[in-house]
Write a protein that binds this ligand. Structure first.
Ligand code: ADP
Ligand code: ASP
Ligand code: MG
Length: 459
């Protein structure tokens, strides 16, 4: 019987899931057991490789290839070792090693070019970063074939089209859909397991682009939505979306079901488990997203759908954004009106500053800014010149939930917590779904654990 594209599932495996031979063999087992579902497999680079490639190409603008050759060789050896450990079939192994070595030669040429010009452009950064995903998928495809899976390697740059905004490119959905239906779908419907890259694409001139750090989740959502997939699976190293980052809160637990709105809110406020934009294309097409653990595939993980509704008032998760600053602007001065504050917000926004949230209380405007770099800090000084303002480094704690406002008991518990823990805290807002407040730098983890206790208490 002819297969339909709506039966296809997209499986994305993050960097930790392909970080070495043992992790990749777990991925192989998962792909094998899902092969009847016509999967399209999207991989990230092996964990840590994107960082290494970006550092390498930045260094190339100050150093010669000779000075960087050890770094390049370590990237090559890392990947060749995975091949040696995982691929037993002689011919496939030989061919895969050659492919990897060819890619490393291309990387050397790129490093040489940047070194000669003494300039590392956003374009060069994307070109360098793309090798991470190209290497991991080249190897995994060979692993699949040597294990008798009918897989095919696909260079996603021929399909996923973007604008030329290097490092943070925007997807051209129309072109991508056209190319995907023409070139990818027929292969998939023929029963092939497609192995392709997350994070990368190409612009109208065929030049390599990337979708921003952590962008493989977004690639999965883009391809899943364009193909109208049955489900998008995000395979990672934890049991789904948890009530808090398990690195900070040891007893965080899995949230088994959640809505698109909820995941958008919590990834925006700092839950690193999904790239914040990921879910948008899936929402538009109402495609279920499942977050699963590569190392414990028996767990059911988290299912995110449009239908999931929790009505009773509840705190569901807590999240922390570090490296933020709080701007407090005194607006009691007669010339500084609320309109002026809106104008300031718009100027800050236009200079690329990420405003997480803002509020206006008792003649004071509070603006929380995420991860400002040096140039952002200078822009802030210029924009606020002449005003009475204060800057503090803070962490932002976000308590996410459902109908928070409707339950006075929840409000009271949070108020007690705040008073005990951070009496000076700025509260940016209390909506039905979230409460965001500042915590002084270094106090975030403690406050987060305190707030998490309210979840375990059933609040
Ligand atoms: P991948 O390599 O699979 O893309 P990421 O490192 O991007 O994985 O995301 C998974 C990590 O996100 C987890 O290891 C976990 O430490 C972190 N994380 C932060 N907040 C949460 C949360 N609320 N639920 C689950 N994981 C979280
Ligand atoms: N490899 C890319 C990164 O490290 C993309 C991703 O992993 O999602 O940012
Ligand atoms: Mg990720």
């Amino acid at each position: 019987m002819a297969k339909k594209s709506s039966n296809i599932i997209v499986m994305k495996f993050g960097g930790t899931s392909v970080k070495n031979a043992s992790a990749m063999s777990k991925v192989l087992e998962i792909v094998k057991s899902g092969k009847e579902q016509n999967p399209i497999i999207i991989l990230s680079a092996c964990s840590g490789i994107t960082d290494k490639l970006l550092r390498l190409i930045q260094d190339a603008s100050k150093k010669t290839v000779k000075m960087l050759i050890k770094e390049i060789e370590s990237i090559e050896d890392y990947h060749l070792n995975i091949i040696d450990e995982l691929i037993s079939k002689k011919e496939i192994k030989k061919h895969c090693r050659e492919n990897v070595q060819n890619m490393i030669q291309q990387l050397i040429l790129l490093v040489e070019g940047v070194s000669l010009l003494r300039e590392c452009t956003p374009k060069s950064l994307d070109a360098a970063a793309s090798f991470g995903e190209l290497l991991s998928t080249t190897i995994f495809d060979a692993v699949c074939r040597s294990n008798k899976l009918d897989s095919v390697f696909l260079d996603i740059r021929h399909i996923l089209k973007t604008d030329s905004n290097y490092n943070q490119a925007l997807v051209d959905f129309k072109q991508t859909e056209y190319l995907l239906r023409k070139n990818l779908l027929p292969m998939s419907l023929n029963g092939k397991v497609i192995i392709t890259q997350g994070f990368i694409g190409s612009d109208g001139n065929g030049v390599t682009t990337t979708l921003g750090r952590g962008g493989s989740d977004y690639s999965a959502a883009v391809l899943g939505s364009v193909i109208n997939a049955k489900e998008i699976q995000i395979w990672t190293d934890v049991n789904g979306v948890l009530t808090a980052d398990p690195r900070i809160v040891k007893n965080a637990v899995t949230i088994s079901e959640m809505s698109f709105d909820e995941i958008q809110e919590l990834s925006y406020y700092g839950a690193k488990v999904l790239h914040p934009d990921t879910i948008k294309p899936a929402i538009q097409k109402k495609i279920p997203v499942r977050v699963l653990n590569t190392f414990h595939p028996e767990n059911r993980g988290t299912l995110i759908t449009s239908g999931t509704k929790v009505n009773t008032a509840k705190i569901r998760s807590v999240h922390l954004k570090r490296n933020c600053i709080n701007l407090t602007i005194n607006i009691s001065h007669s010339e500084i009106t609320e309109l002026k504050i809106l104008d300031l917000l718009s100027q800050l926004y236009k200079s690329g500053i990420k405003i997480v949230t803002s509020s206006l209380v008792d003649n004071k405007a509070f603006i929380a800014i995420d991860n400002p770099n040096e140039s952002h800090q200078n822009s802030i000084k210029n924009i606020l010149y002449g005003l009475n303002y204060k800057i503090e480094i803070i962490e932002l704690l976000c308590i996410c939930g459902v109908n928070l406002k409707s339950d006075p008991d929840i409000l009271q518990k949070i108020t007690i917590l705040l008073n005990r823990f951070e009496p000076e805290s700025v509260i940016y807002g209390f909506s039905s779904n979230s409460l965001i407040f500042s915590v002084s730098d270094g106090n975030g983890a403690g406050a987060m654990n305190e707030a998490h206790r309210l979840i375990l208490d059933g609040k």
